[in-house]
Design a protein around this ligand. Structure first.
Ligand code: OOB
Length: 530
């Protein structure tokens, strides 16, 4: 196992194996068996491009050999920042086969995030595209490389500029040793934490099980077609069952640029999509535009989650569009609760369903860590065969984010219904959930405090009709008060992703403090929402 990764205790690992959750499968083998038995079957579709299982397998093997020739091997961390594309899948498969470790950055991440990921993981390579929406990622790569001596290679999809074109990394396939199933396969980013983004090690065993279990829960098999409309670097579209789950069951994954209705509806009709994933904020838009664009979504299973789902919206898409909703409570950290497509629609509208795994231990506790009686609200803490036991290389943070017996403190406030479904009612962690995109308040505060006009700052969520929440920065200025535009420019200049920029600025002469001297965000929030 890689240094800095916390293992499951041996007796639990043995139990997960003995009970068949972990079967010794490795992500390196995704799609391989299908390439052998049914090579022409379509693995991936994007735009007009269709990639068969055979071609995908061959491309992954050739890229793995090419990367190996450049010195990339077991346990090397490689930051991967690619949009939904065939390259994303080929790069991940190639790295899995090398037992090298993709660190999955989101397309929206910028210099602050990519720089941190490279430094924290001592990444040897960064795989990116030439540009997105006019932003030159090669410039970002040059800045990040200048600060990270470990970063030897930058591979670029498109025009590589001073770097190496990914398309040129190619060699005759070579025999590679299989990775250890209990070892880390890749890293996901945590949506919520204090300070800088935390890295979540996902092992072959645990992720292969997540793919198998979510596919089974969704009734998704080899005749299925999955539409990836959210970024595939996010757990929801990657592996619930998502794109990797599609490859594990021999289904087809269709890669879209975004969940915008025109593109998504066209692909759903053309490719006969059976399953997709959306954040709740998109559902009203889909409901409004489906009749206008003449889309028939009847029977489509939509996994919805990541942020609060309004029961009215859930009822509307079920009734008007004939969509079968599966409501997901998920975390990149691993725990998953969900309703199943065949459950009565009220369940998806009002609850987040049941734990994915019979081996999941979901507990609801009060401030003192005491289990709450059924129906009472408390913090959700979780242990299970897909839930991490520690973030990568942050022992001090792990010491208070996990209980002594290894339960992850999720920071979510939840309760059980009398029939055993989870209901998410709130949150104690300092995260703004901006339509499913997680904005860590502490990270934004740290950046804002570096602004010369900012004396004190608190970043918190304010309600928003469309996104559910937006980000408000409450600032105590030094002398001249900054404007929202100035603060946003300042954060952009510091290389922060655009979705983390505050939407609203409030100026105060002082912030309210609690007895222990922490900013009283509850009082501030109440004041802001009147
Ligand atoms: C998904 O994963 P993350 O890591 O971006 O965010 C996890 C957090 C949870 O701790 C919770 O605060 C919130 O997002 N959340 C929900 C929710 N599902 C997640 N809040 C209310 N209702 C829900 N249904 O967001 C994610 C990962 C896999 C599948 C689906 C979502």
């Amino acid at each position: 196992m890689l240094d800095g990764v916390v293992r499951w205790p041996q007796e639990l690992a043995e139990r997960y194996r003995a009970e068949g959750y972990w079967r010794g499968e490795v992500l390196a083998d995704l799609g391989r068996e299908w390439a052998r038995t049914d090579p022409e079957r379509t693995a991936l579709v994007t735009g007009d491009q269709r990639v068969s299982y055979r071609d995908l397998d061959r491309r992954a093997d050739r890229l793995a050999a090419g990367l190996r020739a450049r010195g990339i091997g077991r346990h090397d961390r490689v930051v991967v920042q690619l949009p939904n594309s065939v390259e994303f899948v080929v790069v991940c498969l190639a790295l899995f086969r090398l037992a090298a470790l993709p660190v999955l950055a989101l397309p929206a991440h910028r210099r602050a995030e990519i720089g941190h990921l490279c430094a924290h993981t001592e990444a040897v390579a960064y795989v990116t595209v030439d540009q997105v929406q006019g932003f030159d990622l090669r410039k970002l790569a040059a800045d990040v490389r200048a600060e990270n001596p470990a970063l030897r290679d930058v591979f670029v999809v498109g025009d590589p500029g001073e770097f190496t074109a990914l398309a040129e990394v190619d060699a005759e396939p070579v025999e590679l040793p299989a990775p250890d199933p209990s070892d880390v396969a890749f890293f996901l980013l945590s949506g919520g934490s204090t300070g800088l983004p935390k890295l979540i090690p996902r092992t072959h065993d645990d992720y292969a099980y997540q793919l198998r279990a979510t596919a089974a829960a969704m009734g998704f098999g080899s005749d299925g077609v999955y539409l990836a409309a959210l970024p595939v670097a996010h757990n929801a579209a990657l592996g619930c069952p998502g794109v990797l789950g599609a490859l594990s069951v021999g289904a087809t994954a269709v890669l879209a640029g975004s969940p915008s209705p025109d593109e998504a509806f066209r692909l759903i009709a053309r490719e006969r999509v059976t399953l997709t994933t959306l954040m709740p904020a998109f559902l009203p838009l889909w409901a409004d535009l489906a009749p206008v664009l003449g889309a028939d979504l009847t029977g489509l299973v939509v996994e919805v989650g990541g942020a609060n789902l309004s029961p009215e919206v859930a009822a509307r898409v079920t009734r008007e569009l004939g969509i079968r909703l599966a409501h997901f409570f998920g975390m990149a950290e691993g725990p998953i609760c969900c309703t199943r497509p065949d459950d009565p629609p009220e369940l998806a509208a009002h609850t987040q369903g049941r734990p994915l795994s019979a081996a999941d231990e979901f507990r609801i506790v009060d401030d003192a860590g005491r289990d709450q009686p059924s129906g009472e609200v408390g913090e959700l803490i979780v242990r299970g065969p897909t839930t991490l036991r520690g973030y990568y290389r942050v022992p001090e943070y792990n010491a208070h984010t996990f209980t002594p017996d290894g339960f992850l403190r999720t920071g979510d406030l939840v309760r059980w219904t009398p029939t055993g479904e989870l209901v998410v009612v709130g949150r104690i962690k300092e995260v703004v959930n901006r339509g499913g995109e997680k904005v860590p308040a502490g990270e934004v505060e740290e950046h804002l405090l570096a602004h010369p006009a900012v004396r004190e700052v608190a970043v918190l969520a304010v309600p928003d009709r469309v996104l559910g929440e937006k980000t408000c920065a409450v600032v105590v200025p030094r002398d001249d008060a900054p404007t929202l535009g100035q603060l946003r420019d300042f954060l952009t200049e510091r290389g922060l992703a655009a979705y983390k920029l505050p939407d609203r600025l409030e100026l105060r002469t002082a912030l309210p403090y609690t007895g222990v001297g922490k900013v009283d965000k509850r009082a501030l929030g109440a004041e802001l929402t009147g």
